[in-house]
Design a protein around this ligand. Structure first.
Ligand code: ADE
Length: 224
């Protein structure tokens, strides 16, 4: 079973994530264990401080290394893979979700406030950014990444549903339809109604190519 430990100063941000829908079911069915750990519990500071002002001056507060190092020391094993969430990390991709879904133990370190002491980077096996924008902390990115990994674990969702996912072969998804056949004059394509599976497969592949060329031509040049 995959174990995910998330080090954060804001554990309540995760309440909804672990108590709803597919993630809750995955936890209940023992496909994943998720522990939300408040690294303030590990501070040596008599006033429970976890941050301080930056050497050399500048705005805001910086996370100190001690609580995070001690928290990591206490939960790390030989199977642990440690991820630091930061806008200057490697940009997250579906390919990385597949890689991470094979790990045994993932530890996420969520920064918050203005930043973290540079020495905290030495703890990480990998630094990940979920996109070119700046969030208030690593909590949402750790949920985004965990969600994308957990849905790939065996028995969490029907495997066929992720074999055909957008990005799984560097193509976007094909259009899908359900009832009714005619909704406000917008009709379901004939080919989907005739039960000819070869033709349906061909149509879907063509639509994937068309949509990817139109919307994300950059994907067609990427390695699979
Ligand atoms: N922390 C703040 N912004 C972030 C981002 N875009 N990705 C990962 N961690 C972050």
């Amino acid at each position: 079973m995959l174990k995910i430990d998330i080090l954060t100063l804001f554990p309540k941000m995760f309440d909804g994530f672990i108590s709803e829908s597919i993630i809750k079911r995955a936890i209940d069915n023992k496909k994943v264990e998720i522990n939300i750990i408040n690294f303030r519990d590990y501070t040596d500071d008599p006033h429970n401080k976890v941050d301080d002002s930056p050497y050399g001056g500048g705005a805001g507060m910086v996370l100190t290394p001690q609580p995070i190092f001690d928290a990591v020391d206490s939960i790390k094993t030989k199977d642990s893979f440690i991820i630091l969430l930061t806008p200057d990390g490697e940009q997250y991709k579906q390919r990385m979700a597949y890689d991470l879904s094979n790990k045994k133990h993932i530890i996420f370190i969520c920064g918050h406030y203005e930043g973290f002491d540079e020495r905290i980077r030495t703890l990480a096996n990998m630094e990940i950014s979920i996109g070119d924008y700046v969030l208030t902390g690593g909590e949402l990115p750790s949920m985004v990444i965990s969600d994308s990994i957990i849905r790939l674990l065996d028995g969490v969702i029907n495997t066929e549903s992720h074999i055909n996912d957008s990005f799984s072969n560097n193509l976007l998804d094909y259009p899908i339809y359900t009832k009714p056949r005619d909704f406000r004059g917008m009709k379901v394509p004939e080919v989907l109604l005739n039960g000819n599976h070869k033709e349906i497969e061909k149509y879907r592949h063509e639509e994937q190519l068309k949509r990817t060329k139109n919307r994300r031509p950059d994907l067609l040049n990427e390695e699979v």
